[in-house]
Design a protein around this ligand. Structure first.
Ligand SMILES: [Zn+2]
Length: 501
């Protein structure tokens, strides 16, 4: 996600930092301290002994692969038959998902994340109702607690491939958001119950994070039959299979997507579509009359950034990408093969290109190379911000300073920032994760030199394609590829592996 307010926040931060620098030069104020020592706040993660934690950064190990993580259930295959009622703003339908229990033990329960049932949406009149859950054809006991759907009383042996069927109704709220309808546009991001990830921490059912993302899912395949009224123009993750089937006032689409970790759609009866391609990748830009003046910028940034990122990081692996226009409070939002660009009348063409490149950057950093967005948000946001600056030829503008509060790290989880939300934690999140994180990657590029850095990025892509990466993996691959000990580099940039461990 790219925030509309990021630039102004960063500008403010830069001005504040200029002030701080002036103060620190004055002998009267040599050590600026936060008003409250973070170590005094209960529950705040604060390094009592920086040296101890410095030692936690792994040194170069030639044999370490780090790919033997506990991570599952794998290879989900979602089959859905759903419809959207444009007048009532309601999705109804059934989803069948099969997956492999690769975890090495019998599963007695399962979790799905139901992001459309987050308080941000229920308070705006949206929400999800689960009508029934069946596991291997038998009714199962379940409970829905905000975004966590918990299915219990199961007996799913190791190495089995169970099937879960969920019948649900989703009310789409009237919101300018990644999930919501506004005017004639319907944004369907994170709208269906998605299988949670089980890893070393157990089931991941972290809370919805409205200022960024807390999504975490493994790649799988989707087969979606989607019915809505025939006036809608529909953009979706994946590729349409066959022709649209019209029946009286309705239209049914069949979308299929492979190796993706989510499935999003965007609808508007007023959309026009322009297409281009780069290599074998088809790019579709969806826009209304009002947004038409930005269509060229989105098309150009789409073509240019897919070509550039394929060269610098690794080849774009899917046949198609949809760039859809909408009106949100943020800059843009990423989903696999579909990005939302939030447009209002006063955007500059450069802004539109930059946001488009940022969200396309997420196709690599989130889409292809996955991460736990709640625990390690920098692994997608710092990288997408770096990618956009690379495309815009603005790498030398990545100059954001780190927060003066030393307990905020580039590698901090979202919770470190949200627990200080009343004391500037959200601004600190943008400063560290978008601003200083992308600067850190650019300084790594300068430290290693372009050849080595992009060779290492390709190695990162090959090692983690369609998987889930961690900070530890990133440090290891950068060190292995460059043959350098980057311990001091990462420590001095506040990248610590034990933020997650
Ligand atoms: Zn982003």
């Amino acid at each position: 996600m790219k925030k509309r307010r990021l630039l102004s926040v960063l500008t403010t931060i830069v001005s504040l930092l200029a002030l701080t620098v002036t103060w620190t030069l004055s002998p009267a104020v040599t050590h600026a301290q936060p008003a409250t020592d973070p170590a005094d706040i209960p529950g705040v993660y604060h390094p009592a002994n920086p040296h101890l934690y410095k030692e936690e950064i792994p040194r170069v190990k030639s044999s370490a692969h780090g790919d033997d993580r506990l991570l599952g259930p794998t290879r989900p295959h979602y089959r859905m038959n759903v419809s959207y009622d444009t007048n009532r703003h309601v999705i109804t339908g059934t989803m069948n998902v099969t997956f492999a229990n690769n975890l090495g033990f019998t599963l007695h329960d399962l979790y799905f994340n139901v992001w459309a049932n987050a308080r941000d949406f229920t308070e705006a009149g949206g929400g999800t109702q689960i009508q029934s859950v069946k596991v291997n054809g038998k009714p199962a006991v379940f409970s829905l607690n905000e975004t966590a759907l918990h299915i219990t009383g199961l007996n799913l042996p190791s190495n089995s491939r169970p099937e879960v069927q969920i019948t649900f109704t989703v009310k789409v709220p009237n919101l300018q958001d990644r999930f919501g309808w506004y005017g004639t546009t319907v944004s369907l991001g994170n709208w269906f119950p998605i299988l949670a990830v089980y890893d070393e921490e157990g089931w991941n059912t972290d809370p919805y994070f409205p200022y960024g993302e807390s999504f975490y899912s493994l790649t799988g395949n989707f087969d979606v039959l989607f019915t809505t009224d025939r006036s809608q123009v529909v953009a979706a993750t994946g590729t349409q299979v066959g022709k649209t089937i019209f029946h009286k006032d309705s239209a049914t689409y069949h979308f299929r997507a492979q190796n993706v970790r989510d499935f999003a759609m965007e609808l508007d009866p007023n959309y026009h579509v322009r297409q281009t391609s780069v290599g074998n990748v088809k790019i579709n830009v969806y826009y209304t009359d009002r947004q038409a003046k930005y269509a060229d910028a989105m098309l150009e940034a789409g073509r240019g950034s897919i070509a550039l990122f394929s060269e610098k990081f690794g080849k774009y692996p899917w046949p198609e990408l949809d760039i859809v226009s909408m009106e949100g409070w943020f800059g843009g939002m990423e989903y696999p093969q579909l990005i939302m660009i939030s447009l209002t009348d006063n955007r500059t063409q450069e802004w539109v290109k930059s946001v488009t490149a940022h969200e396309i950057g997420h196709q690599w950093f989130y889409g292809i190379i996955g991460n736990n967005e709640y625990d390690e948000p920098w692994l997608d946001e710092s990288f997408a911000t770096f990618a956009a600056a690379l495309y815009m030829n603005d790498l030398d503008e990545l100059t954001t300073e780190p927060t003066k509060e030393e307990y905020y790290h580039v590698s901090s989880p979202v919770s470190t920032f949200t627990q200080h939300a009343d004391a500037g934690g959200i601004e600190a999140y943008y400063q560290m994760i978008y601003g200083y994180g992308s600067r850190t990657l650019n300084e790594l590029r300068m430290e290693l030199g372009d050849d080595t850095f992009y060779r290492a990025m390709h190695a990162w892509f090959r090692a983690k394609k369609f998987g889930v990466a961690t900070t530890r993996d990133f440090i290891r691959i950068m060190q292995q590829t460059s043959g350098r000990d980057l311990h001091d580099f990462f420590v001095s940039h506040r990248v610590y592996v034990n933020d997650q461990e």
